[in-house]
Design a protein around this ligand. Sequence first.
Ligand code: NDP
Length: 440
Amino acid sequence: MASPQGSGAPLEFGGPLGAAALMLLLPATMFHLLLVARSGPARLLGPPPYLPGPEVLWSPQMLLLWFTWLGLQAALYLLPARKVAEGQELKDKSRLRYPINGFQALVLTALLVGLAVSAGLPLGALPEMLLPLAFAATLTAFIFSLLLYLKALVAPASALAPGGNSGNPIYDFFLGRELNPRIWSFDFKYFCELRPGLIGWERLMLCCLLVLAVQDLRLIIGQVLINLALLMQEAELRGSPSLAMWLVNGFQLLYVGDALWHEEAVLTTMDITHDGFGFMLAFGDLAWVPFTYSLQAQFLLHHPQPLGLPMASVICLINAVGYYIFRGANSQKNTFRKNPSDPRVAGLETIPTATGRQLLVSGWWGVVRHPNYLGDLIMALAWSLPCGVSHLLPYFYLLYFTSLLVHREARDEQQCLRKYGLAWHEYCRRVPYRILPYVY
Ligand code: NDP
């Protein structure tokens, strides 16, 4: 589909109609999952147990709590950083600078909430408040995207993203017009990408584990949001968190901690270098990630699953293999993009391209064309397995993530083909499989 005007980039996601459908479908799916996870039958494909009215969704207190959370994360973002990194070169040949202090924000958040909880902050009811919190996050995403859209109307052409400037307001609102919207040095996309949603998803597992080590479990029941709150509530209900709950929380804490520890790597991802900041990323970062990625923990709270040590060990091994591939592939590409003569990657075979950049054709990137997606998908399987096989619901993440990465891979291939032309054809010839060797 060709873009009617603007950048001339082809339309993605089914054009304006697809974008409009996704803007309705994504929030509806998120609320559906939140409702069915707590229902007895927990049927992914069945109707929700009830349709929540405005009195269930709307809560000024939850809106305030949500804004307090955003405010806290924004304040932590503005603290002095251990490092300031430069992003990729932009159209006007300049580079933006980004504070690398996401891991510091995670640890400080853990300490702050740990202190608040020991001071008696009553947080035990949090799993019961997920619906109004998710509603507050969704509302924020819509309003924020509108403000971003309006801001982009006065942005210079050099600041616009390659897509998201078709001239169709619905499509552009969804995809995002401006590549790196900022006010002074505060970068909205970079901030949202890894902090409020990701930390909120897994928030303070570190703190929880520290506190667990030194206190009676009962003292810290009533903790913070989502995963941790769900683990705590399970402890309250059943005396202690189940092994399945520990595994899900441990795996996801590793994922979030890893993302923040390697925060600089986000600067070379598609989200930062290619996609504009619109509803797709704003809703994804602020609402979808924290409220749907915690689905397995939500499910386990309401549907406890027995898990023996031998099976738990196998699942840990699967997660470890996935993490090894995911981290190895991402680090190899980031090291190579930052400095191709770094001794860790200097010996790898490469293909030259007309742009002056090279493509790796050995190491992880010689196995398949997106080895990092393969590792991510193996981990997604490990996050669902602790929930047993009695329900399809906890496998939603694996199914959704597979379709997201297959689609994302296709988008990336198109972009690489436009960027690298013949060299990309050569890469595809040398590395014929996209994600899974000998299958896809
Ligand atoms: P990638 O990190 O895979 O980046 C793709 C880019 O890498 C390409 O556009 C190209 O850019 C470069 N590249 C591709 N092939 C080669 C090669 N052979 N040699 C050197 N460079 C190459 O993309 P994503 O941003 O999609 O993913 C980043 C990580 O985030 C992944 O691990 C993914 O699984 C994860 N992710 C997780 C999500 C979640 O919800 N949990 C959602 C989306 C992603 P260039 O040449 O310009 O450098």
